[in-house]
Design a protein around this ligand. Sequence first.
Ligand code: MN
Length: 199
Amino acid sequence: MKDGLAEYRRKRDFGATEEPQATMGRRGADAESVFVVQIHDASSLHFDFRLEVGGVLKSWAVPKGPSRDPHERRLAMPTEDHPMSYAEFEGVIAPGQYGAGAVIVWDEGTYSTEESSMTEALARGHASFRLHGHKLRGAYSLIRTRRRAGRDAWLLIRKREGRQSASFRGDAVDPVRARSVLTRRTLRQVAAEAEGPEP
Ligand code: MN
């Protein structure tokens, strides 16, 4: 099997970062596929949108985060595949390490899709799926568009579904005030706890 996590591993020093080591996921065939949205206070504050596809978390950095408003198109820049265990990662990536800064799990859940193969849909540059999260619930598409800075740029867009999505007009999440769906903590609280006194 092709090692989809080589880039993830190459970028990190697992003696210095608390992030999970890269192992390929092994899940039952009937298990539902998961998604996670993390907020990452790195050199630029951004959201990371990740979908389980083929035993790894396919990942995009989304500067403004996913929107529940179907009128909004959110830029999503692909990043390296992450291991399945990353879906539960919340904490602080140590100073000097790749992506140094606090991470919270903003939303998580499962997704369903009518695509016969998500791998093929993403290779074609257009994948549709339905998120079943705590905060994000509804149909979304990821669409590959023009290239930016030598990389493919994608758009993450919510599908219009009658009145269901109308109440989220102009939806914007303030990443500084946002709380973890796992621990209710903000980025600042996660960072402050990491700086606490040594035991
Ligand atoms: Mn990130």
